[in-house]
Design a protein around this ligand. Structure first.
Ligand code: NAI
Length: 308
């Protein structure tokens, strides 16, 4: 099955690399606006095939969407990333125009496509794709929770001084420094609540470092991260293409779920061959519910800046 990745920059190339390395897609098409850039990235990645043992064919194009025709999944990573000190929300002006234009081109050539939105501010960009693409809501997925949950697990394992495979946990609500809600009440170490192992102080550290996970990296790197975002996208794409029906937190259009409507927010969902197979209803504590509502109000405010 064919996967298109729009934006051959840091995150797009990382998505293409992880998808190819996992060898589940027949073809990955990289699209970029910068002349020759996607072609160059594709060629470089293809030259890894014999070294890394994958058969996925990777090609690149400078804006020729006819090459993306018949894609099962398309990932939108085109747009500008944040610089140190910037919030994701500050990217809306430039990225909204890019995401709208890219979506139109994708849907024109692949009317059955499932779109994964990565460009920031991601919850608002996912909402924009819902409002402008005409696709059913099951086929638009915002990627944020998968990455934020991986960062949550990283911080839990760090605080517990244990292997990452021992811990499990999920982040819901918004993909923003202030709107992320790491579900500490559900987080476990080998099936036992992490709160039984961590002091109040360490729990607070895990929560805080998870929320600013992206900002910490942006400060260190001078731009936003790409390895973990690319890996998180590849997990979503694989769950769709291989119909794995994994439960992954994603930014989805809500219609009454979690008490919200007409907004994209991070909630756990079963991801399979049809895109969103089901939104999973988990019980939040009163504190988590309150934080979820605050995050929703902030995302609604950013959505208000969109011009369709
Ligand atoms: P980058 O600058 O390395 O790459 C972006 C690419 O998009 C560039 O190569 C650029 O030429 C291309 N582009 C711009 N306009 C285009 C258009 N109209 N059509 C096709 N290509 C176009 O940026 P990076 O680091 O790859 O980040 C991309 C986006 O992903 C940013 O908005 C960033 O904030 C977001 N991001 C989201 C994450 C998430 O968890 N949702 C995680 C990390 C980044």
């Amino acid at each position: 099955m064919k996967v298109t990745v729009v934006g051959a920059g840091a995150v797009g190339a990382s998505c293409a690399e992880y998808i190819a390395m996992k060898n589940f897609a027949s073809e990955v098409v990289l699209v970029d606006i910068k002349e020759g850039f996607a072609e160059g990235k594709a060629m470089d990645l293809m030259q890894c095939a014999s070294l890394n043992g994958f058969d996925t064919k990777i090609s690149g194009t400078t804006g020729d969407y006819s090459k993306t025709a018949g894609s099962k999944v398309a990932v939108i990573t085109s747009g500008i990333p944040r610089k140190p000190g910037m919030t994701r929300e500050e990217l809306i002006g430039i990225n909204a125009g890019i995401v709208k234009d890219v979506t139109e081109n994708l849907v024109k050539h692949s009317p059955d496509v499932i779109i994964i939105v990565v460009s920031n501010p991601m919850d608002t960009m996912a909402y924009l794709v819902h409002k402008t693409s005409g696709l059913p809501k099951e086929r638009i997925i915002g990627m944020g929770g998968a990455l934020d949950s991986a960062r949550f697990k990283y911080r839990m394992a760090e605080a517990l001084e244990c292997p990452i495979s021992d811990v499990d946990g999920m982040v819901v609500a918004a993909h923003s420094d202030t709107g992320m809600v790491p579900l500490i009440s559900k987080a476990t170490r080998n099936g036992i609540p992490v709160s039984e192992f961590l002091s109040e102080e360490k729990l607070a550290y895990v929560l805080e470092e998870t929320k600013v996970g992206g900002a910490t990296l942006t400060k260190l790197l001078g731009t936003s991260a790409w390895y973990a975002p690319g890996a998180a996208v590849s997990v979503l794409v694989q769950s769709i293409i291989c119909d794995q029906k994994k439960m992954i937190p994603c930014s989805l259009m809500l219609d009454g779920e979690y008490g919200q409507s007409d907004i994209c927010l991070g909630v756990p969902a079963i991801i399979g061959k049809n895109g969103v197979e089901k939104i999973v209803d988990i019980t939040l504590t009163e504190e988590e519910k309150e934080k979820f509502e605050t995050a929703a109000a902030a995302v609604r405010e950013v959505n208000g800046d969109l011009k369709f």
